[in-house]
Design a protein around this ligand. Structure first.
Ligand SMILES: Cc1cc2nc3c(=O)[nH]c(=O)nc-3n(C[C@H](O)[C@H](O)[C@H](O)COP(=O)(O)O)c2cc1C
Length: 295
């Protein structure tokens, strides 16, 4: 089946599936494997200093001929990143390297990133911003973002005190915005993928389920520990729904979809194959799935 949404029309990937950003783990090789599986692999730029970042983007071209994007997680003023205190000029140096190496999709997260969108647009490339609240998504649209990723409270990563669930976020944000939305938070199966599209998303972003793939550069012990997570255990529940959490060491509820360590290709294939099976079981008999309105 051909998959055609506003998101993979922009990303030029086979599927409307985008890799999350991962502090410490979003490496070039990991991103290349994701891109080779039909989604948009994302290199987490701040995992590297400028010279290594350039080298990694060059290396990626030997690992995949598919599109790859980058992420810059923007810290609010005065807050340190993995590379220390950064100002706009510092972030823009990463953008320049990305542009020089042929990157077309620049994703940002956390704090305001319109200065990045402006530079990216001058170069005729795309800016996707990730946020936690519909009103932040609206601000990103007003600032010129080409798409927003909105993360539900059940997702892994830093939380916002007013964050809602993925099921609440997507239709609400869809009603507010004109630009396409990518759903994140708790997604990792065919039903959750199709569910997100049904709620109004044009694509999904995967985080937790990728952490336990073969290619994720963390230890087998951590992957096994994550797979054994009981999402109904009290401490886990308290942690994942803690609105003040900055924790990235707790898997999201999407871990429920990961039963063993498998290659990324197998994971994506399973999601897509099962999604196509579900669509057929609902009576969908086209060879193309498109979210573009029919004339
Ligand atoms: C280990 C780990 C590190 C992460 N680091 C970042 C980060 O540096 N910047 C960011 O924007 N999101 C970060 N995230 C969030 C993911 O990019 C993504 O938004 C989230 O995992 C999606 O929800 P899910 O885990 O339910 O799939 C991280 C997630 C994990 C699991």
């Amino acid at each position: 089946m051909i998959w055609k949404t506003q998101i993979n029309s922009i990303t030029k990937t086979k599927y409307p599936i985008v890799m999350g950003a991962f502090a410490g783990l979003g490496t070039g090789k990991f991103a290349a494997s994701f891109s080779n599986s039909g989604g948009l692999g994302i290199v987490t730029a701040l995992n590297y200093d400028l010279d290594s970042f350039k080298a990694v983007l060059k290396e990626i071209k030997t690992l995949t001929n598919k599109p790859v994007g980058i992420n810059l997680s923007i810290a609010p003023p005065g807050i340190k990143t993995a590379r220390g205190n950064l100002n706009e000029e510092d972030y823009l140096q990463y953008v320049e390297i990305g542009l020089n190496e042929g990157i077309k999709i620049f994703t940002t997260s956390a704090y305001r990133a319109a200065f990045i969108g402006k530079r990216v647009h001058e170069a005729d490339c795309y800016w996707f911003h990730k946020c936690a609240l519909p009103r932040h998504a609206l601000s990103a649209e007003k600032a010129g973002a080409d798409a927003v990723t909105i993360v539900g409270i059940e997702g892994a990563g830093a939380k916002h005190p007013l964050q809602q669930s993925t099921f609440v976020n997507i239709p609400l944000t869809k009603g507010l915005l004109k630009i396409p939305i990518i759903a994140a938070g708790g997604i990792g199966s065919a039903h959750s993928f199709l569910g997100a599209l049904g709620l109004g998303a044009e694509g999904v972003c995967l985080g937790t389920v990728l952490m336990v793939t073969e290619e994720c550069p963390t230890t087998k012990e951590i992957k096994k520990k994550w797979i054994n997570t009981n999402i109904f255990e009290e401490n886990y529940h308290k942690k994942i729904y803690d609105f003040n959490s900055k924790d990235i060491k707790t898997p999201s509820t999407a871990i429920n979809y990961a039963k063993k360590i498998i290659p990324i290709k197998q994971l994506i294939k399973r999601i897509i194959k099962n999604a196509e099976f579900i669509l057929k079981s609902w009576g969908f008999d086209s060879e193309e799935f498109s979210t573009f309105p029919k004339n």
